[in-house]
Design a protein around this ligand. Structure first.
Ligand code: HEM
Length: 419
């Protein structure tokens, strides 16, 4: 006899028991029963099949601008927070073309493959220094450590601070601020926490404004100075847009990169045959990173607004998302859709031929600007784990953050002998 829960209609519920540990069971049910799902909690739609998510991301008639949405308690709240914090600055990720294209042109230069390749020595140096520091703090061991706090979490923010030219002593404060912004992306948050987040983000902005003012008068050779002076076709970033872009780059760059390394390493520790295969054939590293992004990447949802009625054929019949609805399209779910990836979808296979076609970096005009940088960092960090963490194994239960949009671990206890 079916259990009572299984006869109830499926609902998207990121607050349900077990969701933060493993959202993929809920996504699988949604894809099978209600892949274009009306969510009362989100006051919008939750889209989970690969074909639909892919189409929405590439659809030029779908908007990223929240002002195009019908008013709901969540959109009203989001617009109010944006207006309170942005001081008129616009961020590339929340704009449609042509404004989006104009801003993207102005900030994209440092993130092109050639420029990012030039950062390899810096990234390698930072990663090496971090492991050297672990060896000097803890000895070679075997030692127990938290791979998130001791390794995957601090590194992306340190690397990005260095790229931007932000003084070393400010890094700890930054980590906290960046975390606050990542958390603030979640649509459903208790109002008291929401206000605390807004206050912390305002502190970060005040710090950045001072730094920008200082740098304006100098001619440093770092990315922040490059962005201050960036000019394309006679256009420049306004001070407000510049601030909004820096904040976006921090959020976009930090948590997801840490998430890729943390989630990815956990997946490999749970499938040790794949870790052993990677140890024996390092040429698989690039594909392995793609496969880890596909299997359990950080980016679970991308928010959009439908600009026309959109029809979908689903097992529940024809479903129409009405114009001006908010849509949460899930790359996390799309990357685990059996209809796209076949019967081995729920296994890590670092030799998977089409792993690179995952949707973790989005698609269409907003496709991730930092994907080369994220890859460089992740490949360098996995190389250090392969080279310098002998016999690495889980040393306790991992704990997950409660974030719905950017999935990542709070703690990943491991044991290893350091080299
Ligand atoms: C594993 C790491 C990363 C993942 C999974 C990721 C994922 C994504 C996704 C899904 C989008 C599309 C958002 C949308 O369509 O609304 C995006 C956009 C973006 N990402 Fe990343 N990202 C990562 C790392 C980075 C890094 C390191 C940076 C730069 C420092 C970065 C900068 C950006 C920017 C600026 C955008 C907005 C592009 C636009 O709107 O045109 N990302 N990213």
């Amino acid at each position: 006899m079916p259990t009572p829960e299984l006869t109830e209609p499926v609902t998207f519920n990121p607050l349900a028991d077990g969701f933060v540990e493993w959202p993929y069971h809920q996504y699988a049910r949604l894809r099978a029963e209600d892949p274009v799902h009306r969510s009362e909690l989100l006051h919008g739609w939750c889209v989970t099949r690969h074909a639909d998510v892919n189409a929405i991301l590439r659809d030029p008639t779908v908007s990223s601008e929240i002002d195009n949405a019908e008013p709901t308690p969540l959109t009203i709240d989001e617009i109010a927070r944006r207006d309170q914090l942005s001081q008129g600055g616009r961020t590339v990720v929340l704009l449609d073309d042509p404004d989006h294209a104009q801003l993207r042109r102005l900030i994209s230069k440092p993130f092109r493959p050639r420029e990012v390749d030039g950062l390899q020595a810096l990234v390698e140096d930072r990663v090496r220094t971090k492991v050297d520091q672990l060896v000097s703090d803890k000895g070679t061991g075997p030692v127990e450590l938290d791979l998130i706090a001791d390794f995957a979490y601090p590194l992306p923010v340190e690397i990005f601070c260095e790229m931007l030219g932000i003084p070393e002593e400010d890094h700890p404060g930054f980590r906290f601020w960046v975390n606050c912004i990542a958390r603030s992306l979640d649509p459903v948050i208790d109002p008291v926490e929401r206000q605390e987040l807004v206050d912390h983000i305002a502190d970060m902005q005040a710090f950045l404004e001072e730094l920008i003012a200082e740098k304006r008068s100098r001619d440093d050779d770092d990315i922040l100075s490059g962005l201050i002076h960036a000019e394309e076709d006679g256009e420049r970033l306004t001070p407000e847009d510049l601030l909004a872009q820096i904040v976006t780059l921090y959020v976009a760059g930090h948590e997801p990169t840490a998430g890729l390394v943390g989630n990815g390493m956990l997946a490999l520790l749970r499938q040790p045959d794949q870790w052993a295969l990677l140890q024996s054939d390092r040429s698989l590293l690039r594909n392995a990173v793609s496969e880890l992004l596909r299997y359990d990447g950080p980016n679970q949802f991308v928010r959009r607004v439908a600009m026309r009625d959109m029809d979908f054929d689903t097992p529940a019949g024809r479903v129409t998302i009405p114009a001006r609805s908010v849509v949460y399209a899930s790359p996390g779910s799309a990357n685990r859709d059996e209809a796209r990836w076949g019967a081995t979808v729920d296994q890590v296979d670092i030799t998977r031929e089409d792993a690179g076609q995952h949707l973790q970096f989005g698609a269409g005009i907003h496709a991730c600007l930092g994907s080369h940088l994220a890859r460089l960092q992740a490949e360098t960090m996995f190389t250090a784990l392969l080279d310098r963490f002998d016999g690495i194994e889980l040393a306790g239960d991992p704990t997950w953050s409660t974030r719905m949009v950017i999935r990542g671990l709070n703690q990943l206890p491991v044991r290893a002998t350091l080299r």
